[in-house]
Design a protein around this ligand. Sequence first.
Ligand code: AMP
Length: 420
Amino acid sequence: MIKAVTGTKDILPADIPKWKYLEENVQRVFQNFNYKDIRTPVFEETALFARGIGEETDIVGKEMYTFKDRSDTSLTLKPEMTAAVVRAYNEHSLGAQQSLVKLFYISPMFRQERPQAGRFRQFHQFGAEAIGSKSPLLDAEMIQMSYEILVSLGLKKLTVKINSLGTPETRENYKKLLKEFLEDKKDKLSEDSRRRFETNILRIFDSKVESDQKLIKDAPKLIDHLDEESKNDFEVVKEQLKKSNIPFEIDPALVRGLDYYTKLTFEIDSGSVGAQTALCGGGRYDLLIETLGGKPTPATGFAAGIERILLACENEKSFSIPEHSINVYIVRIDNKLESVISELAGKLRKENVSVDFDYLQRSVKAQMREANKLNARYVLFLGGDEYNEGIMNLKNMSNGTEEKIPIDLIREFVAKLKQR
Ligand code: AMP
């Protein structure tokens, strides 16, 4: 038997209601903040991500699904959405029509990571990008939206962590400080961190190696060396979060090691998902639009992982979905009525009544079992003498009462069903 590829999974009908519930909440919150839906292709030219995410990152270095198509073009399944959204923004000059463009998405992503609980190779993210303004109010808005979505799903064990990376100049100065601090400790760093010391020193903060963490514990902190503008913007974000009653922590180690990231970065962690704690992350990326060939344009955004959020919801039993039901199940008492029932079901379905019936020539008893299994609110019996007199029997499954319905008064019947 052929099975699904490692790190991918089917979302089976039993799981779909949870996904839909999450997606409805996501869409509602984004609409309230006036973000518009954008959908980009599943694959892009590899260069977009290599340039947009950065060669030095794990995503580009180790995790991309990259392949050559038949015309020898290098393509990559999208590992994240920001670069793709910015590509679309530049390509369609979206900024020419509107000076601030607010976009959201829900989309599958692909990364060849080691699969474990909460980490997959095809997973799904929702997220938002606001392109065209440097207002820190928009940075706060990203946190507000993601927090609101998570809270709307009933999640409680949330930690919001924020940090500021300052402007590129601030960061360059800080990198020098960090380099001086680590110079004589360099040899004790892990191999990965020694490489990062040369290529992108900030990323040493992302190291999971304990001895690295010990070494950088007392390093100077970027947050203590911010320029005035970044400092003021950070204050505005904090102020907004306080006004929105969103508890937060400042985490000076929250550095996204990409050069185009600027000023605010944030992450929301959950205490309910085991080792992979981050439910979402984001921040300001004032340099990316230019990096990808557009005009210099400030922007900010975030992305959240749906599988991981649903795992947290499950572990916290944070919401429950009403059991699926159908309006009517038609029970065939007389086998000759098969096609009459199919026709009747068709009429009811056209009136937006959800209907099912037996396609397997089962006994009346088995049909009733099926009606129960499908959680039918009403069962309609067709057959016998009553049918010959133009009458059907309708049973209300929640209270057991029965009533007789004339077969030719479908519209009145539907109206009655909808009233209840
Ligand atoms: P990132 O784009 O790496 O900042 O990730 C944003 C969010 O996407 C993370 O906080 C996770 O919730 C989710 N995520 C990232 N990688 C994976 C993965 N391999 N499997 C499942 N979820 C992921």
